[in-house]
Design a protein around this ligand. Sequence first.
Ligand code: BGC
Length: 717
Amino acid sequence: MSGRIDDLLSRMTWDEKLGQLQIVFRPNPDDAVALVRRGVGSTFWPPSAAATNTLQRVAVEETRLGIPLLVGLDVIHGQRTIAPIPLAQAAAFDPELVRSLAYLAATEARSGGVTWTFSPMADVSRDPRWGRVSEGFGEDPLLTSLLVTAMVQGYQGDDLSAPDAIAATAKHFVGYGAGEGGRDYNGADLSERALRTVHLPPFEAAVRAGAASVMAAFTSVSGIPMHAHRRLLTDVLKREWGFDGVVVGDAEGVANLVPHGVAEDVPDAVRQSFAAGLDVEMGGAPLALTADDLAPGRLDPARIDDAVRRVLRMKEALGLFENPYVDPTAEITAPDADSRALVRAAAARGSVLLHNDGILPLGEPRRLLLTGPYATSTDHLGAWVQFFGAHAGSVADELRARRPELDTVVEEGVDFLSGDDAGIAAAVEAARGAEVAVVLAGEPSALSGEAASRSDLRLPGRQEDLIRAVAATGTPTVVLLVTGRPLVVTDWIDEVAATVVVWHGGTEAPAAVVDLLLGVAEPAGRLPMSFPRSVGQVPIHYAHENTGRPAATGGTLTAHHHDVGLHGPGNVQDKYTSKYLDLPLGPRFSFGHGSGYARFTHAEPRVSASVFPADGPGDETVLTVTVAVTNTSDRRGDEVVQVFARDVVASTTQPVRRLVGFARKTVDAGDTATVTIPVRREALALWSDGWTVEPGAFELHVGSTLETTRMVTVVAE
Ligand code: BGC
């Protein structure tokens, strides 16, 4: 324990301690100065290096103990140079990319005095109605864990005091992604098994990666709001996992315990939260309270000391006691050529080719129609970045600037949301005269992010009508989907020649989109979340369990349906199986779906060991899977190899498939590459009062997507 922290603690008054345990939610600049004078230990970013120095100076020179501030900001996918949204980053299936984007963000943010970001979002999300799926890494615990790890490492580096490092926050602990009905802030009833196998692993990965802080979720888990959840905040996070960083509340999450109906009033809420294991309140609740409300007799002094120590340790690790100030002349306030190149490559790398009849890349069309609201919209940054003065251009401007010789006709046809279809006729007319029609459709960023749940997952407004009308002209039609969540594409996708999901791609999204269209880059990502056929299937994810009655085929709703099945021993016909009568089985596009412009064949997968010990350390690699992939096309391209496991017989029902490893590889035309993927023991473990690998057979399914896997069986002994 640092002498400085012991010394400070021994000299702090009760009020000075409580001051360290709050961050006031986005105060205006004048209020911020007053709050710091009053002893509040953390603040939101003011927003410039100079303004940050001003606040630090107040803290260091005008408060009794001169303790510097933590300066927090939601740097979610970039600060000045905006990277693709996290869901798009996940689609790249490339932890190294996520690490480099987080490092870029950290460099920009720290140069302006930010020391603490509220990212990464480690919530596994299996419900695309929830708007915040855009901020996370999708439906899979392993993919999410690996990318959370990469993001934490990218932000923090090896040394938090470095001028290119910021403290990361894994949020929202825990279960926020599971809110009933996909409605934001809604509670979830989560079994220990669901917590341990789906929702907790990415947070544990963040803790193992050294994340400096963890944010409590707004939601309740099995009846206890997370800001008051002592078992999860203290027993699991702090004791079981040994997390010694800061648990920060979400904005007003403490005061929200009152409407949740578990606290009588705000003082009660504050007391419950600190007792449960919260270290820093975000909002302002304690400021509003009287000394009596928070007197030492009503808050456990030992718990408060522990929280203060955690905050001071973070300040110390960030090097703030030595150097609270930043050099305003070195502040990065705009993207540069390198940062632009990185996020442009990232936007292409996370794009997913849903299908392609061969029309993409476009070759050399002379006359091209760009239609749809995203032809001219500049709304590519995603839902989080409206505060930082960043901006993107439009695809139409980008294409015209780069290829002035092309005859590019732009006819939006419809806007994002309205019912106005008057412009469709002009788009149809223009499509008739074009060699290719490109529809840039999607969700404006305001439809994703926080408090942006949707009950309808189709393209909003009249965009689907536009796609169908343009495709009906017979002109080959390509759809690019700019979106923050999986969409229901069922009603139009079979009418068009190719569809690419480009997500909200950030500062350089238009350049990346043009790169993809022209074949300068390829969309070789994979879906990190399934695209459902209909909202009625939701929540739907690939790692579901079998029922006792798995269906062989999907629904075939007919008038005679009630006659079809006879139900008896050995005679369970397809009627009495688990499915919807009115839908084929499975999502429209599953997790892991995607291809690219190159073509690949795979040899039979090989394993380094067909028998492995069931017992041993979780992080030990128990076998490797090797597969030779051959690029049979005439262009260089990327292949993603995914390895899914199925525990054939276990003591509890297990997912039909679960991702246990993956790799993305660039292969030259005509070449063969050997891809080797390590599989750790913990990836094959199940939870029953602890992690265990049960002896017996595991199927490993290896391939480019879930639908194209080959199987090899291994045995745990
Ligand atoms: C969000 C958090 C965010 C916080 C601070 C809240 O509304 O849920 O994700 O970090 O605001 O801006």
